[in-house]
Design a protein around this ligand. Sequence first.
Ligand SMILES: *Cc1c(COP(=O)(O)O)cnc(C)c1O
Length: 378
Amino acid sequence: MQNKIWLSSPHMGGNEQKFVKEAFDTNWIAPLGPNVEGFERDIQSYLQQDVYVGALNSGTAAIHLGLILLGVKAGDEVICQSMTFSASANPIRYLGATPVFIDSEKETWNLCPIALEEAIKDRIAKGNKPKAIIAVHLYGMPYQVGSIHAVADQYEIPVLEDSADALGSAYKGNKCGTFGAIGVLSFNGNKIITTSGGGALVAHSKERKDKAVFLSTQARDAAPHYQHSEIGYNYRMSNICAGIGRGQMEVLDQHVGYRRAMNAFYKQLFATIPAVTLFEEPNGDYHSNHWLSAITIDPEKANGKTAEQLRLHLEKTNIESRPLWKPMHLQPVFASFPYYGGTTAEKLFENGLCLPSGSNLNQDDRNRIKEAIQQFFS
Ligand SMILES: *Cc1c(COP(=O)(O)O)cnc(C)c1O
């Protein structure tokens, strides 16, 4: 069997071990230390905005703390993009709040501004104005930032920007992660850069960042003994993981370049296969890191060939691909919660597939992928 081509696997740059060794040499083996501060500074300067970054042990933790900072409490409603990974929505339930799911639009596959406004109006009419909106840059593709924030601003509802997939993406020249009242990044093993596991919360004031760090380190009051006036969490990033992150920040733009080159490779490949549409930037306002390249197959043009058959075909030659996220409103665990919109997300799930997109794929890998896909459609 030929070696496995992964959808998206960790890709080290080289200096990660230097920073980790420094942590060992100085005995900073703790959820604080110079790498944590250095990594936060690296991200802040990368985002090129007046932002304050708190490094945490996962993106999910950042969403959880973000919702707390936005004042979400039990019984509140929180709007959430349906087409996403479950980690976008789970923290709503950690807080005992109610998710209200929204369909996608067809261009960026993200939050549909029309369904969003319809939902807000209806929830307000029912006497429960949503406390926050969770908007996602799916697979690194920026959501319709202009339209979504116009609706959010009109109804004065803060946006929690789930940028877990989108470090290195931009909209109208501004980096993703900086648009929401709070931004969320993830450094899980399969993301554009990784700290093996980790995340970050992006805030627009030092007070808010400090509050996130306070909550992430067990909410300890300023006292010589252990004194607590609030419920705390153990969510801070370790100095070891942050060392990996510092090395990864040195190669982030390079990784974005490689992933965009994978997308260009697929564009060329599918140019001659009319049944397939590649997921692409709608226009020059959008700059995707193309964390994952994805396609949809038009059932009317595909002579009965389906995305699932393609997935199984690729699997036979040891090439990993994956269905798109199954929308949250179709998940058994979330089925009882309100949903607004049509069937866009559902159809994407039915006909879509994510293809190998890693920054470490080489020409041999591309040849194998090309051959397998052409064989399937011939
Ligand atoms: C990965 C991911 C998360 C969660 O991040 P973790 O670091 O794995 O907790 C949240 N939202 C989306 C869209 C993701 O892809």
